[in-house]
Design a protein around this ligand. Structure first.
Ligand code: HEM
Ligand code: HEM
Length: 198
């Protein structure tokens, strides 16, 4: 419908797309399902507690580490059978497309994605594999076969530190994309909803 100022507006009676926001507000669409959101914030809490208990409270450290491992296994399965924007096939891109997107970020020409953008997707893969490696080496430390083996312990520490570096870059990427595309991505990871239009 054309309004007096010439802008297009959806007629009040028009069917609103599924998951759209309330009338009178910009069109919002459901992107992140509850599993993705609960997974994300549980993962954040789990990593924080694992770090805080490391070398302080071994039992709690090991159990929270296993919990984080379980979150990742669940998210991995959901990446194949979950809702459209949760699927790896929807957002994981090859090196060529990822590098091209990073180039567009540097030139200030990166397009907006409703799901994860290719750079964010690469970071997600890096985070999930690094965290999985940390859990695996942590578990190995408890086995007779690797008891007191230095390289396992060293690798556990290196991977745990790598998580911190990746998280810092991840959060910087989230804020950069939020500013560039004028949207609050942190709020979207809480409510699950994002603006439909570019
Ligand atoms: C230990 C710290 C963190 C880890 C391991 C982590 C990991 C992840 C992962 C794996 C995803 C993908 C979600 C999915 O599809 O399942 C993600 C997305 C996201 N994370 Fe984090 N995250 C961390 C901290 C944070 C923090 C502190 C913030 C906010 C300041 C944040 C904001 C976001 C947002 C907004 C997305 C969605 C990005 C998008 O729109 O593409 N994360 N994070
Ligand atoms: C989210 C996952 C995890 C994170 C972020 C993490 C992080 C850390 C960090 C930062 C340290 C201290 C390294 C040092 O300075 O020596 C540590 C030590 C340790 N972690 Fe983990 N960890 C995780 C999971 C696990 C799991 C699943 C286990 C075992 C079941 C485990 C077992 C250990 C043990 C036994 C140590 C002590 C090593 C020593 O005696 O120096 N961790 N972890």
């Amino acid at each position: 419908m054309n309004t007096q100022d010439g802008t297009l507006r959806r007629p009040a009676t028009a069917a609103r797309p599924e998951g759209a926001g309330r009338a009178g507000r910009e069109d919002l669409v459901k992107v992140w399902d509850p599993l993705v959101r609960i997974f994300h914030w549980s993962l954040v809490a789990g990593i924080a507690v694992a770090w805080l208990t490391a070398d302080e409270w071994d039992r709690a450290h090991e159990w929270i580490g296993y919990a984080v491992g379980a979150f990742i296994v669940i998210r991995f399965v959901w990446g194949f059978i979950g809702t459209p924007f949760a699927r790896f096939a929807q957002f994981v891109k090859g090196p060529r497309q990822t590098l091209a997107y990073l180039g567009r970020i540097l030139r200030g020409r990166a397009e907006r994605h409703l799901g994860h953008n290719p750079a964010g997707a690469a970071m997600i893969v890096a985070l999930l594999t690094t965290i999985a490696g940390t859990v695996l080496t942590g578990w190995m430390m408890t086995l007779d076969a690797f008891w007191g083996v230095d390289w396992v312990e060293d690798l556990h520490e290196v991977l745990a530190n790598a998580i911190l570096v990746l998280v810092a870059l991840h959060v910087a990427g989230v804020f950069h994309a939020s500013v560039t595309h004028r949207e609050n991505l942190v709020r979207a990871m809480i409510t699950g909803r994002k603006r439909r239009d570019p």
